[in-house]
Design a protein around this ligand. Structure first.
Ligand code: GLA
Length: 380
């Protein structure tokens, strides 16, 4: 059932009755960072910070209204082209565009209201959640019968070609394919998923630095091309195929920066595999060690951390009851992910927030999250 507040917003802004309720979660990545565009491993969980949309067919253009921004925007679902729509509506319009490109079926226009509890700029994929909410909604309205994996691939294409952000597949796949109570180990080359239950005595924390991500796009594209360069030098299709010995033996043939970027990816893939084992064995020491090593590698070799993320990670590392922590997502601001013992949750949250405030003067926010199912659309 959609929340009463969303229903009354629908009635205030739209005509007739709502027909479709779509829900799509944000994600937090436990480990496997900056590996997805290198055909590597990632380990995200879909979380209970979600985008919800209450929609109905429209007789005119597509008209959408956001509860948070208070803004409405209009576009024609059948004719919209890249570059024509800006802001959060671009993710919805881009899904209309990509679904038509893929299926050849003209999409019906819709009207509706959208609400999100995914904080923006915190690195937990608010944009992928909007894409997936409209992916499942239009899939249902137009009777396309596409599965969620296909919708995730189309959402990535929407982000790459319509929005113009060159992201990998992790965020859309996590929002599409998440499973309640589990994280998902995803091989981004084969797209095979193995679900891994989060041990019942552990909680996932998203520790928002409240430093919005900055300069992410140009730095992100630069990291991507440095990785491609390293693979090319080693004669490999991607860094997925590299290993520490091969990288070492090619060290002289690449710049130190490119070598360090590749070393992060190679060691991070290995940590991701080890993390899967450690989570299964509930080996808390190993989990903590791997998360810390991942943060250090992102900080020193990949250089995508920032002072606030480092202080947040350190605040977590020093807090007893916190099993491990590291920066999560693209970096340069946003959030750390931490795993904490559930019976010490309240103390961990308040200790980390206090320590982060003392270190930075910033009011960070530590949120306990549940792993939830991927995007779904319901008839109402
Ligand atoms: C962003 C991108 C993802 C991934 C991460 C880094 O979230 O959208 O595809 O590359 O950064 O791991």
């Amino acid at each position: 059932m959609p929340p009463a507040k969303l229903i009354s917003l629908f009635h205030a802004k739209c005509q007739g009755e709502p027909r479709i309720y779509a829900l799509a979660p944000g994600r937090v990545n436990l480990i496997g960072e900056h590996t997805d565009y290198n055909d590597g491993y990632v380990f995200p969980a879909a979380i209970d910070k979600q985008v919800s949309a209450l929609l109905a067919p429209s007789t005119g253009a597509t008209r959408l209204f956001s509860e948070q921004t208070g803004e409405g925007q209009t576009f024609d679902a059948q004719t919209v082209k890249p570059g024509e729509v800006k802001g959060w509506t671009a993710y919805a319009a881009g899904m209309a565009w990509v679904l038509q490109e893929h299926t050849g079926v003209p999409l019906p226009n819709i009207q509706g209201v959208v609400s999100s509890t995914v904080p923006m700029g915190s690195g937990i994929s608010s944009s992928a959640a909007i894409e997936m909410a409209f992916g499942v909604a239009w899939n249902q309205v137009a009777g396309l019968s596409l599965d969620n994996k296909t919708l995730a691939l189309l959402a990535q294409r929407c982000e790459n070609q319509f929005v113009g952000v060159n992201c990998g597949i992790m965020d859309q796949m996590a929002s599409a394919m998440g499973k309640e109570g589990s994280a998902m180990f995803l091989d981004t080359q084969s797209l095979e998923i193995q679900y891994a239950p989060i041990p019942s005595d552990l909680a996932i924390l998203v520790c928002d630095t409240k430093k919005p991500r900055a300069l992410t796009e140009s730095a992100y594209n630069e990291r991507r091309s440095q990785c491609e360069q390293a693979a090319r030098i080693m004669g490999l299709p991607s860094l997925r195929e590299a290993n520490p010995d091969l990288l070492q033996s090619n060290a002289e043939t690449m710049s130190e920066t490119v070598y360090c970027r590749a070393r992060h990816v190679v060691t991070e893939n290995d940590r991701c595999l080890k993390f899967k084992k450690a989570l299964k064995n509930q080996d808390l020491n190993e989990i903590g060690h791997l998360l810390k090593a991942s943060h250090e590698s992102l900080r020193d070799d990949y250089e995508v951390s920032c002072r606030e993320l480092d202080e947040m990670a350190e605040a977590c590392w020093e807090t007893s009851g916190c099993v491990g922590a590291r920066m999560t997502g693209a970096g340069f601001g946003g959030a750390c992910v931490a795993l904490a013992k559930i019976d010490q949750l309240t103390e961990v949250i308040s200790e980390v927030e206090t320590s982060y405030l003392r270190r930075t003067g910033l009011d960070g926010e530590v949120m306990a999250c549940r792993a939830v199912n991927g995007a779904q659309a319901f008839r109402v």
